[in-house]
Ligand binder design. Structure first.
Ligand code: PLP
Length: 377
């Protein structure tokens, strides 16, 4: 069998399971993107032209002075010593984790951490333990055992703050407390909370007053901030170490200077957008309330709302019905979630109309039963 035939057969098998994926343009009201504050969809006019290319990595000619301003503002936003921009959150996670965690170290990672965390930890070649989702007791037991063994140089704990596919919040205070008791360093992925929580929207770690108790946080621009790029916030030594050691930063062409300007604007906008945050959380409460009134059990704690379905084919069908009704809702299937746990993932945005959110709750009630299982076709 040729290589292409083999790939085709694998794709056919995925299709038969209801797990094949296609690239489709957006359609209908956006309830599937991570544009929580509605910035990503806005059209802005550019005040003056900047080069489209950065021409090199940041260590060569690719470091435009605007990035210094951006990183200084980000650091101030978080009350952190420093920040370092990366091209994507994927690269930031992979780069941060594989640079600061080394062979001989030990790391505990939440069961539902993002693929970029998993890949970063793989590259680190450290000993890895996966703890059950948000289970601080299990984490504590793992830390106790790791600390007893003298084999490990440094201990680390890595978690998301607002989980992307579960929509729930990690018990960050308990995690940090527990980790500190065992001398472990904590790294938090704030991809889905940046912009939406905390002092001027800087995230959950800052909201909980944990900034000085974590080693680093990772934030993406591509979600609530509505721009390309990502960054790591932490100490100045951490930043210097990454600049000197992090392959994902050193061996990649920098983002173009134009994007640095977008960052400056996005930081200002987000910093001052308490109204947007209030609206986001209020719309989420009314959406969750409307689902509840209709007897639908939704998962998640905030604006990422999960409707559990179970089967892959059923989840796709439920999403298709909502799409046909004008709502861009997508089915989330394995391997993004465990087998048998396919779901609809709905993200509420600050720029949604209340009536549209109410209409979506009504439409969901027509598609799924109270426990989230699909209605008969
Ligand atoms: C939790 C989490 N971390 C990191 C990333 C990667 O961020 P980016 O899209 O900027 O590469 C994502 C994106 O899906 C994510 O959900």
């Amino acid at each position: 069998m040729s290589l292409l035939d083999r790939w085709q057969r694998e794709l056919d098998d995925l299709r038969a399971l209801g797990r094949d994926r296609q690239l489709r343009p957006p359609l209908g009201h956006d309830f599937s993107s991570n544009d929580y504050l509605g910035y990503g969809a806005r059209v802005f006019s550019e005040p003056s032209p900047l080069p489209r290319g950065s021409t090199a990595s940041r260590l060569l000619r690719g470091h435009h002075p605007l990035w210094d301003i951006v990183e200084e503002r980000i650091a101030r936003w978080h009350g952190a010593e420093s920040a370092l921009i990366f091209n994507t959150g994927y690269m930031a996670n992979e780069g941060l984790l594989s640079t600061v965690i080394a062979p001989g170290d030990w790391v505990a990672s939440d069961q539902f951490n993002h693929a970029s965390i998993i890949d970063g930890l793989r590259l680190s070649k450290a000993e890895k333990v996966i703890y059950p989702h948000n289970d601080v007791h299990a984490l504590k037991e793992q830390l106790r055992r790791a600390r007893q063994s003298s084999a490990h140089r440094e201990l680390f704990v890595v978690t998301e703050s607002l989980f992307s596919m579960e929509g729930d919040v990690a018990p960050l205070v308990d995690i940090v407390e527990t980790a500190q008791n065992y001398g472990a360093n904590v790294i938090v992925d704030e991809a889905h909370s940046t912009g939406c929580f905390g002092p001027q929207g800087s995230g959950l770690v800052d909201d909980l007053g944990l900034r000085d108790r974590v080693l680093a946080t990772m934030h993406t621009g591509g979600k609530a901030l509505g721009i390309p790029g990502a960054y790591v916030a932490g100490s100045k030594v951490l930043r210097d170490y990454l600049v000197n050691r992090c392959r994902q930063l050193i061996f990649a062409t920098a983002l173009p200077p134009q994007i640095a300007r977008w960052w400056k604007e996005a930081l200002d906008r987000t910093w001052h957008d308490d109204d947007g945050r209030r609206r986001l959380h209020a719309l989420t409460s009314s959406f969750r309330g409307a689902l509840n009134e209709r007897g639908i059990k939704a998962g998640g704690d905030h604006y990422i709302v999960l409707i559990p379905i179970g089967g892959d084919v059923e989840a796709v069908r439920a999403a298709e019905k909502l799409q046909a009704a004008g709502f861009d809702v997508r089915a989330i299937r394995p391997p993004t979630v465990p087998p048998g746990a396919s779901r609809l993932r709905i993200s509420i945005h600050a720029n949604h109309e209340s009536a549209t959110v109410a209409a979506l709750a009504e439409a969901i009630a027509g598609v799924v039963l109270w426990d989230g299982s699909p209605t008969r076709p």
